[in-house]
Design a protein around this ligand. Sequence first.
Ligand SMILES: NC(=O)c1ccc[n+]([C@@H]2O[C@H](COP(=O)([O-])OP(=O)(O)OC[C@H]3O[C@@H](n4cnc5c(N)ncnc54)[C@H](OP(=O)(O)O)[C@@H]3O)[C@@H](O)[C@H]2O)c1
Length: 188
Amino acid sequence: MILTDLPMNFDTKTDTTLRIIQIAAVEAGGGLGFRGRIPWDCPADRQFFRRQTQGHIVVLGRVTYESLGRPSLPGRRIVVLSSCCPHGLMPVSGEGICMPVSWSQKIERVFEIAAKTDAVIYIGGGARVYAGTMAFADELILSRMHGHYTCDRFYPALPKTMQLVERYAMDGFDVYRYVCRGNGRAFG
Ligand SMILES: NC(=O)c1ccc[n+]([C@@H]2O[C@H](COP(=O)([O-])OP(=O)(O)OC[C@H]3O[C@@H](n4cnc5c(N)ncnc54)[C@H](OP(=O)(O)O)[C@@H]3O)[C@@H](O)[C@H]2O)c1
């Protein structure tokens, strides 16, 4: 395990093998959201998220996407999960695209489609999406905030197959990287 002060970002490069990586920030009690928002303001973590996900697909739940003000994430492509596709194909400015996906399409199908253009897919939340995709995750990158915050959304329990491989100390939080030792995924 590596512990340093100033991380750049984790090297998640892969050849052609699909890697599904959850990226999240959690407080000391495992909470990640309150009343539709992230309950802390941490510019350093936002910068880390930007750097880490740059150039890749980021999968978001509809609730998170809307709570963020339907953002575009420059340099990344956004896939928004929704059961009812209320927005149709949302016009997303900048380099982002939005691809609403029906519940009836299995999430594996989303990964298969996305993997045709990118070998690394980041899962950016929120709680329901983290829980629903945990079984497919190859890696978790968790920013663990120091301190407790009131939350009504929580990160799921870590499966036993997730092993801590790296940890970085940041100002006000630590970043942990876990790698899955065998998830039985049947594609990619
Ligand atoms: N701390 C962090 O790192 C972090 C990151 C992201 C978000 N958050 C927080 O998390 C909270 C939101 O989490 P949440 O659990 O309420 O909502 P969410 O996971 O953002 O979105 C849930 C919605 O996504 C859609 N969805 C999820 N899985 C799907 C699937 N397999 N197929 C089709 N649609 C699917 C559904 O949309 P429809 O209802 O349209 O069917 C569902 O209602 C907010 O407080 C946010 O600030 C925190």
